[in-house]
Design a protein around this ligand. Structure first.
Ligand code: NDP
Length: 488
């Protein structure tokens, strides 16, 4: 039967030729067999076989939208970044995600959430690839692949393993801070709109005079914090596994545009030697009393993608993308991510992933990278005779004006024990002491629920850490564990 749509565009092959019949296989007689020369049948089946690309190893399940950052404050004395100047408005893409679950995982699961922003600035893309938590489980990138293995499926059972998680965490006390956030109310937001975002790492800002300031980025939800209890999320997941996608997409379609206030904490370069903690340690925050939040502007999401796969699944964020006025820091985790994220995209999307429309900078791009799989853009050097550098053919040249101020570093090249001199207990203690009785009781029961089936020796090792944070923490978890023991 023909579609009754005379104004519809003409169906074509991928080669552009019109197609006469998209319903009936070419056969020898009405009962078949099919002919090999029915190229469109072969093409349809071959395309279908290639519809999937590798999902992200972490942060596979995500939800995203476009929007803008409007700068309302004035941090111009700290940075020359054009997108952070007073009054600047910058288009952006924001992708939220869970960390551990696969692409088909339910949205409303207890997990850290990714909060990855790509700012399309006039001087290139700035990607701030953070989480909804200001800290992370580990501070040394050597531990990252092992940590993620504990969050993924056990190779034999093919099930998530609470034993692996608590074994690793109890042997890695630097994880206490993030565990306490994950198991608290904020570990299970009701939607991507009801949580904060954090750049998490320490970055740097620098101004035209070459002065560097260390910086942490914060995005505070303007929708308010809202969370599910474990029981509520079980009910939500029973009804829909896509509750975040529904909430974010629906809100933007209805014209209810979610917003976040953007702040920075600013630490003078010389303070690094004065603070009692390592300011480049990803398991630590900078207390607000020492480094208060400075308002920068408002981030708003206001447009849904037209095509989820092209614009969200193929979105590629990397902490390596910074722009003049914004730099890195000595944070080891950040430095490992500078390699690992771009490498993941090269593997998952291909060499030229940054030329895909969603990832392409919205400013002129000039480089001497050549050829490669799926190069559809030809020469980007600025002159067709300039395919090497330096040249006298009018090809693109470096700009020394954008050089970052030099950073002095000192110390012996060695494998320094990342535990030495690090206090893993004070900051989780400060957080625990912010919780009221209700928050504490939910923290205890969430932890106890996540320990079902974990060997007692591992539980005891973890309880000793909770005791050291605060005796009431260990006691509370013990009581919650006892309360859930099966009655005889
Ligand atoms: P402050 O009291 O000045 O700040 C507390 C911070 O904790 C606020 O940003 C607040 O976020 C957040 N917060 C409040 N309640 C909770 C909760 N139930 N779960 C998670 N976060 C919460 O204290 P400090 O700066 O000295 O920090 C104390 C502790 O607060 C830290 O050890 C850290 O665990 C946590 N924290 C600190 C942050 C920082 O950058 N200093 C950022 C986030 C958390 P909001 O204003 O959105 O409610």
């Amino acid at each position: 039967m023909n579609n009754d749509n005379s104004n519809a565009p003409r169906l074509t092959t991928t080669g552009g030729a019109p197609i006469a019949d998209n319903q009936n296989t070419l056969t020898a007689g009405p009962r078949g067999p099919a002919l090999l020369q029915d190229y469109q049948l072969l093409e349809k089946l071959a395309h279908q076989n290639r519809e999937r690309i590798p999902e992200r190893v972490v942060h596979a399940k995500g939800w995203g939208a476009y929007g803008s950052l409007q700068v309302t404050g004035d941090i111009s004395k700290y940075t020359l970044a054009q997108c952070l100047q007073p009054g600047a408005k910058t288009d952006l893409l924001l992708r939220f995600s869970t960390v551990a679950g696969e692409r088909g995982a339910a949205d409303a699961e207890r997990d850290v959430r990714g909060f990855a922003v790509k700012f399309y600035t006039p001087e290139g893309n700035w990607d701030l690839v953070g989480n909804n938590t200001p800290v992370f489980f580990i501070r040394d990138p050597y531990k990252f692949p092992d940590f993620i293995h504990t969050q993924k499926r056990h190779p034999r059972t093919n099930l998530r393993s609470p034993t692996a998680m608590w074994d690793f965490w109890s042997l890695s006390p630097e994880s206490l801070h993030q565990i306490t956030i994950l198991m608290s109310d904020r570990g299970l937001p009701v939607s991507p709109m009801h949580m904060n975002g954090y750049g998490s790492h320490t970055f740097s800002l620098y101004n035209a005079a070459g002065e560097r300031t260390w910086v942490k980025f914060h995005f505070k939800t303007m929708q308010g914090h809202r969370h599910f209890t474990n029981a509520e999320s079980a009910e939500v997941i029973g009804g829909s596994r896509e509750s975040y996608q529904e909430a974010l997409y629906g809100s933007i379609e209805r014209g209810q545009f979610p917003g976040w206030k953007m702040y920075v904490q600013l630490m003078p370069e010389a303070d690094v030697e004065k603070v009692p903690y390592n300011p480049f340690d990803l398991t630590k925050v900078w207390p607000h009393s020492d480094y208060p939040l400075v308002e920068v502007g408002v981030l708003e999401l206001n447009r849904n993608p037209e095509n989820y796969f092209a614009e969200i699944e193929q979105a590629a964020f990397s902490p390596s993308n910074v722009v003049p006025g914004i730099g890195f820091s000595p944070d080891k985790m950040l430095q490992a991510r500078i390699f690992a994220y771009a490498d993941a995209h090269r593997y998952r999307l291909g060499t030229h992933y940054e030329a895909l429309p969603v990832n392409a900078p919205r400013c002129p791009v000039h480089h001497y990278h050549k050829d490669g799989s799926m190069n559809f853009f030809g020469s980007k050097t600025g002159s067709s005779d300039a395919y090497y550098e330096p040249n006298s053919m009018g090809g693109a040249v470096q700009d020394p004006h954008v050089a970052e101020p030099p950073l002095s570093v000192r110390g012996d090249v060695a494998r320094h024990d990342h535990r030495t001199g690090n206090d893993d207990y004070s900051q989780p203690r400060a957080l625990f002491r912010l919780f009221d009785d209700g928050q504490r009781s939910r923290l205890f029961s969430n932890i106890a629920a996540s320990m079902v089936g974990v060997p007692q020796s591992i539980i005891e090792r973890q309880l000793a850490h909770f005791d050291e944070v605060d005796p009431a923490y260990g006691e509370g978890v013990r009581a919650a564990l006892n309360a859930q023991k099966p009655r005889t």
